[in-house]
Design a binder for this molecule. Structure first.
Ligand code: A2P
Length: 296
């Protein structure tokens, strides 16, 4: 299995990351330290997670040199206006205690007005992500970020962005990918178009993890290979050709989740077919609460 993927910039991104969404105060720091100790070199975070200060302190305390670690953060929806991008990026850099990010993503294809109101969608800016993208390109030119990408973009929204004269193409698209929502069409299209996918909620996200680990096909593959059900899932993601971002704050699970193995074709196909053989269910969908159909 690939340990890294090479991005258009030539940078190599580690295939497995520690995800820190929902890792709370007092637990995220120890989780990052446990991960770096276990051999992780990729931390996937975001400004909106509210834990960048603790993540940054843990990275520093780990003693692992900054340049050995891949750090991703994400631009929140409220800051898509060009004048707002650099200040909020600077905040992430300061909290993380670093001069540069390896990867900075547009967190959602949705812009909010920065007017103090909650989730007040700016429909015009939402349909014109190039306005924001140009500023992200400038952040690369300034050396504050090494690679830029998108998150939660469907194919129409990707094409809407890339129809513009981009200087830098999106390096990745981070989306929900799991047994419940495997998105084979998006994966195929992304491969054909040279866009790497990153899998968030790879175990099925909070409420569904327990159920995910009990799926008979997953249990069968785990048993056959002498690995755990979580390792079967995470291996399946990497074998599909995506970066995978399992979240855990439990040291034993953090260690477990880094140990991926190549699945025999039969095992891979068993999981792929099982995932594709039910109606897809999306776990993360703020469309209703934001009043915008994100997947349209
Ligand atoms: P915890 O953080 O308490 O260890 P996802 O990445 O799909 O969103 O899943 C995250 C959830 O899955 C968290 O609740 C996490 O619990 C749990 N989890 C992570 N790794 C494992 C594992 N190897 N075995 C069981 N549960 C896990």
């Amino acid at each position: 299995l690939p340990t890294h993927y090479t991005l258009p910039s030539g940078d190599k991104i580690p295939a497995v990351a520690l995800g820190v969404w929902k890792a709370g105060p007092g637990e995220v720091g120890p989780a990052v330290k446990a991960a770096l100790n276990a051999g992780y070199r990729h931390i996937d975070g975001a400004w909106i997670y509210g834990n960048e200060l603790e993540v940054g302190e843990a990275i520093k305390a780990s003693g692992v040199p900054r340049e050995e670690i891949w750090i991703t953060s994400k631009l929140w929806n409220t800051f898509h206006a060009p004048k707002d991008v650099e200040p909020v990026l600077d905040q992430s850099l300061e909290r993380l205690g670093t001069k540069y990010l390896d990867l900075y993503l547009m967190h959602w294809p949705v812009a909010f007005k920065n007017n103090g109101k909650n989730n007040d969608v700016d429909f015009e800016l939402t349909e014109n992500p190039y306005t924001t993208w140009k500023k992200l390109e400038e952040m690369v030119e300034k050396g504050k970020v090494r690679n830029i990408g998108i998150s939660n973009f469907n194919i129409r929204r990707i094409k809407n962005l890339t129809a513009n004269p981009l200087k830098i193409m999106p390096a990745v698209n981070q989306v929900e990918l799991s047994y419940w929502n495997p998105q084979p069409e998006l994966l195929k299209w992304s491969k054909e178009n040279g866009l790497l996918l990153e899998a968030y909620s790879p175990l099925g996200s909070d409420g569904k993890v327990k159920e995910s680990l009990q799926i008979p096909e997953v249990q069968a593959v785990a048993k056959e290979l002498g690995i755990t059900p979580a390792q079967a899932y995470i291996s399946w993601h990497v074998q599909r050709g995506t970066v995978v971002l399992p979240k855990s704050v439990t040291p034993s699970r953090i260690e477990e989740n880094l140990k991926v193995v190549t699945l025999p074709d039969s095992a891979f196909e068993l999981l792929e077919n099982a995932a594709a053989s039910h109606e897809p269910v999306r776990s993360v969908d703020p469309s209703k609460s934001w009043g915008v159909d994100i997947w349209k």
